[in-house]
Design a protein around this ligand. Structure first.
Ligand code: NAP
Length: 272
């Protein structure tokens, strides 16, 4: 597709569930920028063709990348920031002025934004899941100074590989293990998401000042967050990260800072 109006996209398979078009269109509208942002279904076998075709269209500013392309995309774009080595997954591709394509990962900074005021140096974390989101979370936690990370995963080998790559001190536990006593617990798996099995965890081992962060945002209040609230633990839901990672991508696509003062309104729209 060739069009004169600048546009960006989110690509994945499936893609209909993506909230990214709603977020980016909300900001484009608020800022009066004449551009578009849309969802594009791209199957794994179509990824290389998609990138080749879009890179020939100067109106295309780039794309957000979701399941299952976050790893495969790294072979198709430039990586001046060393994202492959540091995180091992990309979620944003943007066009440089010379037309070349650069890949980056805004999930890590988007994840950290809502908890950045706390001091995480020397603290302990548990992460559920060992996929693309977990990679970004580990990188972000490492940058924040976390001392020890336990990954709870069904695929222990994959989780051990992630830990080794990150060179953070830590361990791997199976899904049914008792949780260790940690300062922050993060769900980076789809468990608890609409249409997926619930995440069943006994939160008793967590201290009263622990924080529970669920990356899942549909539903916004997951079973995990409900259980954490019952324990009166501090919680962070997945919408903050969703908006945070999108804001960084928006700047790369459209060269403008999103009006973050309208966040409350955007959250309402996303929940409607
Ligand atoms: P992913 O790459 O597919 O990884 C998912 C991880 O969860 C994998 O380690 C997978 O295990 C594990 N998992 C899946 N089903 C499981 C089950 N039934 N039991 C145990 N483990 C299971 O996905 P992702 O990109 O990391 O995304 C994970 C979640 O985070 C999704 O719900 C996504 O929507 C959310 N997310 C939210 C944001 C946000 O901005 N809020 C951003 C990124 C992702 P295997 O390794 O064995 O397959």
């Amino acid at each position: 597709m060739t069009t004169d109006m600048p546009y960006a996209e989110v690509i994945g398979d499936p893609i209909a569930q993506s909230k990214s078009p709603l977020i980016h269109k909300f900001w484009l509208d608020r800022l009066g920028i004449k551009a578009d942002y849309r969802a594009c279904h791209v199957a794994a076998s179509e990824l290389a063709d998609y990138i080749a075709q879009r890179s020939a269209d100067p109106a295309w500013r780039g794309c957000n990348v979701t399941i299952p392309h976050k790893i495969a995309i790294m072979d198709l774009v430039n990586d001046p920031g060393g994202v492959r080595e540091k995180i091992g997954a990309m979620n944003t591709i943007f066009r440089q002025e010379d037309g070349s394509l650069t890949g980056t990962n805004t999930d890590a900074a988007g994840f950290l934004a809502p908890i950045a005021d706390a001091d995480w140096a020397g603290k302990r974390a548990v992460i559920i899941g060992a996929g693309g989101a977990a990679r970004a979370v580990i990188f972000a936690l490492k940058q924040a100074g976390i001392a020890d990370i336990t990954i709870v995963a069904r695929n222990g080998l994959k989780a051990s590989g992630l830990l080794m790559q990150s060179s953070v001190k830590g361990s791997v536990l199976p899904m049914d293990a008792r949780l260790p006593t940690v300062d922050i617990l993060i769900n980076a798996s789809p468990l608890g998401m609409m249409g997926k099995p619930p995440l069943e965890l006994d939160l008793d081992p967590l201290p009263d000042d622990a924080l529970v962060y669920d990356l899942v945002y549909a539903p916004l209040e997951t079973g995990l967050l409900k259980a954490a609230k019952q324990r009166e633990l501090e919680i962070v839901d997945g919408l903050d990260m969703l908006i945070g990672q999108a804001a960084l991508a928006f700047e790369l696509f459209f060269g403008a800072t999103p009006p973050l003062e309208d966040d409350a309104e955007l959250r309402k729209l996303l929940l409607a």
